[in-house]
Design a protein around this ligand. Structure first.
Ligand code: ATP
Ligand code: MG
Length: 422
C-alpha cells in the first residue's frame, strides 16, 4: 500500500453507519448537560506544551510517555491535547470567567499509547468541569450527572460500578508520602523498574501499578486514610452521606489515586466488567490546586472525563440503527433527471420530515432500482422518459406489498403527505 494511503497507527475512521451512534450520543449529551445547567466549551486541539507539563504533571504517564509534543515552525513547543481539563481551565482564565461556573466539552484527545481494543491514539472524551465550589455537594452532583448519563444510555445499574476515594489535602498527603516512601524502601527488591523510578518523584503512582507481581506489596502499603485530618475526613463523610441520600451505590477503593499535587478530596472512577481489560469508562475528581499551578488565582475545581469509544461499545445496541430514506428517486433521460431534481427539492421543502435520495449516477434503471432497494427506502419514485413527457411520476413500494401507482406530478406532495401524515 502506498504510504499516502496508510492510516496512522492508533487513529480510526468513523464511517456513516457508525457516525449515527456518535450523533445519538452527542444529542443525548447536549440535552443532559443542558438539564444540569452546564454550558459547552470548545478549546483548541493544540496547546502550549507547558500547559500540560504544568497542568497534568511531569511525572505522569500521560506527560512522560504519551504526549504528542513537537516544535512548530516558529520554534514554539506545542502539544496535541491529551485531555481537556487543562485547556478548559486555561480558556476560562484567559476569558476572565470567575466565580461559580459549570462547563462541559466533547472532542478528540491524543495519547501515544499502545493501540488495542478500547485504547487508541486519537480518542474522544466527554467531560464536565465545575469551578468555584469547594464543598462535597458539587462532587456529588457530578457523580449523579454521570449516573444519569448511564441511565440515558440504557445501561442497567449493575453494568457500571462507582468507586470513590479521598486524597485529602496536600498536608495529609505529605505525611502519607513520607510513610509510603519509607515502606517501599523497606521492600526495594520487590519494586519493578517503573516503581523504582517513581519512588522519589511520585510514590503515590506506584499504588496504581498494573503489574500483578506487585499487587500484594501495594495492598499492604500504608493507607492515606490513616493520615487524613479531621476536616478531610468530614468532607469525605459528607460526600458519602450525599450519595447515600441520593440512592447512589458506591464502593470505597483506597487504591484509587490521581498522583498529582493539585488533586484533593474526592476522586472517582466508573468501571464496567463488560469491556475486557479497558473497563474504566469515566474518571474524575477535585483538582483545587490546578488553577494556581498554571498561573491563575486559586479557585476550586472538580471534573470528570468519559471515554467515548468505550461508551459507544458499551451502549452500541441502544444507539444503533441508521435511518433509511423514505424515498429513493430513480430517473432515466435528461428531462426526467431535471424533473427528479426539481420534484425532490419540492418534497424537501414542503415535507421536511421526509428523507429523499435522488439517484444521480446516470446508470440504467435496473441498477438504480437495485440501489433503491439497498438504500432501505420505503418507496421508489419513478421518473423515466415516459413520465417526464406526460408530467407524471410512478410510486413503487419497495417494502411490503402495496400497489405501484402513477400520479400527475402535481399530486405527488398531497399523496406523500397522506402516507406520512405527522
Ligand atoms: P487508563 O487507565 O485506561 O489509561 P486514564 O486514567 O489514562 O485511563 P483518564 O485520563 O482518566 O484515563 O481519561 C478518562 C477516560 O478516557 C478513561 O476512563 C477512558 O475511558 C478514556 N481513555 C483514556 N485513554 C484512552 C485511550 N487511549 N483510548 C480510549 N479511551 C481512553
Ligand atoms: Mg492512561
Amino acid at each position: 500500500m502506498s504510504e499516502a494511503m496508510q492510516r496512522v497507527r492508533g487513529m480510526r475512521d468513523i464511517l456513516p453507519e457508525e457516525t449515527v451512534k456518535w450523533q445519538r450520543l452527542e444529542a443525548l449529551t447536549l440535552a443532559l448537560m443542558a438539564r444540569y445547567g452546564y454550558g459547552e466549551i470548545r478549546t483548541p486541539v493544540l496547546e502550549k506544551l507547558a500547559l500540560f507539563t504544568r497542568g497534568i504533571g511531569e511525572a505522569t504517564d500521560v506527560v512522560e510517555k504519551e504526549m504528542y509534543a513537537f516544535e512548530d515552525r516558529n520554534g514554539d513547543m506545542l502539544a496535541l491535547r491529551p485531555e481537556n481539563t487543562a485547556g478548559s481551565v486555561r480558556a476560562a482564565l484567559n476569558a476572565g470567567l470567575a466565580g461559580v461556573q459549570r462547563v462541559w466539552y466533547m472532542g478528540p484527545q491524543f495519547r501515544h499509547e499502545r493501540p488495542q481494543r478500547g485504547r487508541y491514539r486519537q480518542f474522544h472524551q466527554i467531560g464536565a468541569e465545575a469551578w468555584g465550589m469547594a464543598g462535597p455537594e458539587i462532587e456529588a452532583e457530578l457523580i449523579l450527572l454521570c449516573a444519569a448519563f448511564w441511565r440515558e444510555l440504557g445501561l442497567a445499574a449493575d453494568e457500571v460500578q462507582l468507586e470513590i476515594n479521598t486524597l485529602g489535602t496536600p498536608e495529609d498527603r505529605a505525611a502519607h508520602r513520607t510513610a509510603l516512601i519509607a515502606y517501599f524502601r523497606e521492600h526495594l527488591a520487590e519494586l519493578d523498574e517503573d516503581a523504582t523510578r517513581r519512588l522519589d518523584s511520585n510514590p503515590l503512582r506506584i499504588l496504581d501499578t498494573k503489574n500483578p507481581a506487585m499487587q500484594d506489596l501495594v495492598i499492604a502499603a500504608p493507607r492515606l486514610s490513616e493520615y487524613l485530618c479531621e476536616a478531610s475526613q468530614q468532607h469525605f463523610a459528607q460526600l458519602q452521606a450525599l450519595l447515600d441520600a441520593a440512592g447512589q451505590p458506591y464502593v470505597i477503593n483506597h487504591r484509587l489515586v490521581r498522583g498529582l499535587d493539585y488533586y484533593r478530596h474526592c476522586v472517582f472512577e466508573w468501571t464496567t466488567t463488560r469491556l475486557g481489560a479497558q473497563g474504566t469508562i469515566c474518571g474524575g475528581g477535585r483538582y483545587d490546586g490546578l488553577v494556581e499551578q498554571i498561573g491563575g488565582k486559586p479557585n476550586p475545581g472538580v471534573g470528570f472525563a468519559m471515554g467515548v469509544e468505550r461508551l459507544l461499545e458499551l451502549a452500541a445496541e441502544r444507539l444503533d440503527g441508521a435511518e433509511p430514506p423514505h424515498l429513493y428517486v430513480v430517473n432515466a433521460g435528461e428531462a426526467a433527471a431535471r424533473n427528479a431534481l426539481r420534484l425532490s427539492e419540492t418534497i424537501r421543502q414542503q415535507l421536511p420530515h421526509l428523507r429523499c435520495v435522488v439517484d444521480c449516477s446516470g446508470t440504467g434503471l435496473k441498477s438504480q432500482f437495485k440501489r433503491a432497494d439497498k438504500s432501505g427506502a420505503a418507496l421508489a419514485l419513478v421518473l423515466a422518459e415516459q413520465e417526464a413527457q406526460t408530467g407524471q411520476v410512478g410510486i413503487k413500494p419497495l417494502r411490503g406489498d402495496g400497489e405501484q401507482i402513477v400520479l400527475a406530478q402535481d399530486e405527488l406532495i398531497d399523496d406523500l403527505r397522506q402516507r406520512w401524515s405527522q
